[in-house]
Design a binder for this molecule. Structure first.
Ligand SMILES: NC(=O)C1=CN([C@@H]2O[C@H](COP(=O)(O)OP(=O)(O)OC[C@H]3O[C@@H](n4cnc5c(N)ncnc54)[C@H](O)[C@@H]3O)[C@@H](O)[C@H]2O)C=CC1
Ligand SMILES: CC(=O)C(=O)O
Ligand SMILES: [Mg+2]
Length: 590
C-alpha cells in the first residue's frame, strides 16, 4: 500500500523538521511533538493541513511573478512534501503552468542563478569513477519505482541547458506523483552532466555545472551506459524515463535499452500517445477516420518522429491499412523543407528514412525562395487535414499557412505543440480567428480560450505528454513491479515483435484510446479536444487502469487481478498526500 497511515519514524528534532518527506511543520500533534523532541521547536498552535494550505497559498499569492511562485514552490517542496503536493492538488489548473511548462523553462534557463539546494542526483562526466557510490547514496533502501533522467541537450524547446536540466527531470517526477499517483519518495530525478554547448552558460562564472563542451561519441555512450547498468543492477524493477535528450541520442538510447529494461522516452512515446488521443478526438468531431487524413508534421525531431510513428501505427491497427500505405499519409518537414529524396543523406537522419517522400511527387511544384518545398508549398499541393507543429519555430504557422489549411478542408486540425508558450507555432486565438472558428486546435502549453464567431468560448486543449505519461508509467510500474523481464518476453507473443518497446507501444495505444474516449469534444464538438488538466488525476487513473488491464489480459504481468477488481487494485496503489500518524521507533524510517 502506498498510503500507510501509521509511520514508524527514527528521526527526531531538527532532523525531522528538516526532512521534507516526514516534516509536518505546525501540523505535528501534541503527542508527536513530545515523542519526537519538537515541543520547543514549534509555535504552540497545532494546524490542520487545510490551515497550512491556506497559509501557503496566501504566501504564494504574494509572489508577483510566476518565476517567483516557482521558486517559492520549490522551497516548499524541500520543506514539506505533503503540504507541497496538497497545495498543488487543490490548485492544479493554476499551478501546473507554474511548476511545469511554461514557467519551468524559465527556471531551468536561469538555474545557476536561482540555485538553492539539490534536486536529485547529479552525475557529472569527470566524476564517473564514483558513480556507483553516488548512485547508492541516493537510492539505497528507498524502493525506487521510477527514475527520470535527462542529459539536457534539448530541454523543452529551449535547447541545451547543461546541469539545469535537472529541473525537467524533477518537474516530470513531480507530475508523475501529482497526476499519476506515484509515491514521490520512490522516484529519483537525475541529470547526466556531460557538459554543455550553450555558450552563455559556459561564459557564466556562476554556472554550477561542468564547464566543458558536451561529450560526444564513445565517451558519451560509455558514460550513459554506466548509469543505465547501475539502474539495472540496483533497481532492476524500475521504469527508466528519458526526457529531453537530443534527437539522435534519444532514438539511439531507446533502441539500445528497450530489450533489456523498461525504458520510456517521453518526447517520443509520451508525445506520440497524447497526440494520437488528440487526433482521435478531432477525427471523432469531423466524423472521419485516422486513415482518411493527410498529415503534415512540422519539425521532425524526437516529438515529430514519435508522433508520426504513433499515428501511423494506430492507423495500421485500427483501420487495418498496410504499413506502407499508412506511412504515405505523412509529410514531414524540417529545417531544410519537406523531407524528400533530393535533400540527400547529409540532410536526412537515418531514422527518418521510412518517411522520405519520392522526388517525382514534387517535380511540378515550384520551390520557395530558399529553393525548398516549404510548408506552404506542401499544404497547397496535398491539402492536409492535420498540421502538427513540434519545431520550436515560433510563429511558423502564419495567417497564410493557416488559411491555406482551411482552404483545403472544412475543419483543419491544427496542433502547434512547441513549448514553452513563447515558441508556439501559432497563437491558437489567431488560428481560430483566421479560420472563423473552424480549426480544431490544441497546444503544448496552456493558452486562454479563443472566441467562436457565435461568441462562445472555444477551450484550447493542452496536448502535452503530461496528460498521459503519468498514467502510462503508473500502469507499467504496477504491472512490471512483479516481473518486468517476463513482461518483455510474454508481451512479445502478443505484440508485433518480441521487444518491450512494441509491448509498450501497444499498451500505450490502449492508454491513448482511453484518453481519447474522455475527450469533451466527443460530447460537444465545440468543446476542448482533450480533458482539462484539472481532471488529469482522474484521466490518468483511467489510463493506468487501461494499461494494467491490457498488461494482465495479455499475460505480460504475473498478477492475477481480475478485470472487475482492476480499478480497486490500481486505486490501492495510488499515492496521495496525507499526513500519517507518527510513532517513534529507533529502527524506523529515516
Ligand atoms: N506538447 C508536448 O507534449 C511536447 C512538445 N514538445 C515540443 O516540441 C518541440 C520540439 O521538441 P523535440 O522534438 O524534443 O526537439 P528536437 O530538437 O528533437 O526536434 C525539433 C525539430 O525541429 C526542427 N526544426 C527546427 N527549426 C525548424 C524550422 N524552422 N522548420 C522546421 N523544422 C525545424 C529541428 O531540426 C528538429 O528536427 C519543443 O518545443 C518541445 O517543447 C516536445 C515534446 C512534447
Ligand atoms: C512536454 C515536453 O516533454 C517537452 O516540451 O519537451
Ligand atoms: Mg520533453
Amino acid at each position: 500500500m502506498s498510503n500507510e497511515t501509521v509511520f514508524r519514524v527514527a528521526l527526531r528534532g531538527e532532523e525531522l523538521l528538516n526532512n521534507p518527506r516526514f516534516n509536518k511543520g505546525t501540523a505535528f500533534t501534541v503527542p508527536e511533538r513530545k515523542a519526537f523532541g519538537l515541543t520547543g521547536r514549534l509555535p504552540s498552535k497545532v494546524n490542520t493541513l487545510d490551515e497550512q494550505c491556506e497559509r501557503a497559498y496566501q504566501q504564494l499569492e504574494n509572489r508577483d511573478s510566476d518565476i517567483r511562485k516557482n521558486s517559492f514552490l520549490q522551497s516548499l517542496k524541500n520543506q514539506n512534501m505533503v503540504l507541497y503536493y496538497t497545495l498543488l492538488t487543490r490548485h492544479l489548473r493554476e499551478l501546473i503552468p507554474v511548476i511545469y511548462t511554461p514557467t519551468e523553462a524559465e527556471a531551468i534557463a536561469d538555474y545557476s542563478h536561482l540555485f538553492r539546494r539539490s534536486e536529485g542526483l547529479y552525475l557529472t562526466f569527470p566524476d564517473q569513477d564514483s558513480m556507483e557510490e553516488d548512485f547508492l547514496e541516493q537510492t539505497k533502501g528507498k524502493n525506487i519505482d521510477l527514475v527520470v533522467c535527462s542529459d539536457s541537450e534539448a530541454i523543452l524547446g529551449i535547447g541545451d541547458q547543461g546541469v539545469g536540466g535537472i529541473g525537467i527531470s524533477s518537474a516530470k517526477s513531480v507530475i508523475y506523483s501529482l497526476i499519476g499517483g506515484i509515491n514521490p519518495a520512490q522516484t529519483l530525478s537525475v541529470v547526466l552532466d556531460v557538459g554543455t554547448n550553450n555558450e552563455d552558460l559556459l561564459k557564466d562564472h556562476l554556472y554550477v555545472g561542468w564547464r566543458n563542451k558536451r561529450i560526444r561519441g564513445e565517451e558519451y555512450d560509455k558514460f550513459v551506459d554506466k548509469f543505465v547498468q547501475l539502474v539495472r543492477k540496483h533497481i532492476p524493477q524500475c521504469l527508466l524515463h528519458f526526457e529531453d535528450f537530443g534527437v539522435t541520442n534519444a532514438q539511439t538510447l531507446l533502441r539500445r535499452y528497450r530489450d533489456t529494461h523498461a525504458v520510456f522516452n517521453d518526447d517520443i512515446q509520451g508525445t506520440g500517445a497524447v497526440t494520437l488521443s488528440c487526433v482521435m478526438a478531432a477525427v471523432g468531431v469531423t466524423n472521419s477516420k485516422l486513415s482518411e487524413q493527410r498529415y503534415i508534421i512540422y519539425g521532425a525531431g524526437s516529438a515529430g518522429l514519435g508522433i508520426a510513428r504513433q499515428l501511423r501505427d494506430a492507423i495500421v491497427s485500427t483501420d487495418s491499412m498496410p504499413v506502407a500505405e499508412a506511412t504515405a499519409l505523412f509529410y514531414l518537414i524540417d529545417k531544410h523543407g519537406l523531407i524528400k529524396q533530393s535533400l540527400g543523406k547529409a540532410n536526412i537522419r537515418d531514422d527518418l528514412e521510412e518517411f522520405v517522400r519520392p522526388d517525382e511527387e514534387w517535380v511540378e511544384v515550384k520551390e520557395n525562395g530558399a529553393g525548398e518545398i516549404g510548408l506552404l508549398e506542401t499544404i497547397r499541393k496535398i491539402k492536409p487535414t492535420v498540421l502538427i507543429g513540434c519545431s520550436t519555430h515560433a510563429g511558423a504557422f502564419t495567417e497564410e499557412i493557416v488559411k491555406a489549411m482551411a482552404d483545403g478542408c472544412d475543419r483543419p486540425i491544427i496542433l502547434p505543440l512547441s513549448n514553452p508558450s513563447k515558441l508556439v507555432e501559432v497563437d491558437p486565438k489567431d488560428a481560430n480567428d483566421w479560420t472563423q472558428g473552424k480549426a480544431l486546435l490544441a497546444t503544448g502549453s496552456p493558452f486562454p480560450p479563443a472566441k467562436m464567431p457565435n461568441g462562445k468560448d472555444y477551450v484550447i486543449a493542452e496536448c502535452n505528454n503530461a496528460l498521459i505519461y503519468p498514467g502510462l508509467g503508473f500502469g507499467a510500474i504496477i504491472t512490471k513491479s512483479r516481473r518486468m523481464t517476463d513482461t518483455m518476453i510474454i508481451a512479445g507473443a502478443w505484440a508485433v515483435s518480441s521487444d518491450l518497446a512494441s509491448c509498450l507501444i501497444a499498451v500505450f495505444f490502449l492508454g491513448a484510446r482511453r484518453l481519447a474516449s474522455l475527450s469533451p469534444a466527443l460530447k460537444d464538438p465545440d468543446d476542448a479536444l482533450l480533458p482539462d488538466f484539472a481532471d488529469a488525476p482522474e484521466v490518468n487513473f483511467e489510463v493506468a487502469v487501461a494499461v494494467a488491464e491490457q498488461a494482465v489480459e495479455e499475460g505480460s504481468a504475473n498478477i492475477t487481478w481480475k478485470t472487475e477488481e482492476m480499478r480497486d487494485k490500481v486505486r490501492q496503489h495510488l499515492w496521495r498526500p496525507i499526513y500519517g500518524e507518527y510513532v517513534y521507533d529507533k529502527d524506523g524510517m529515516a
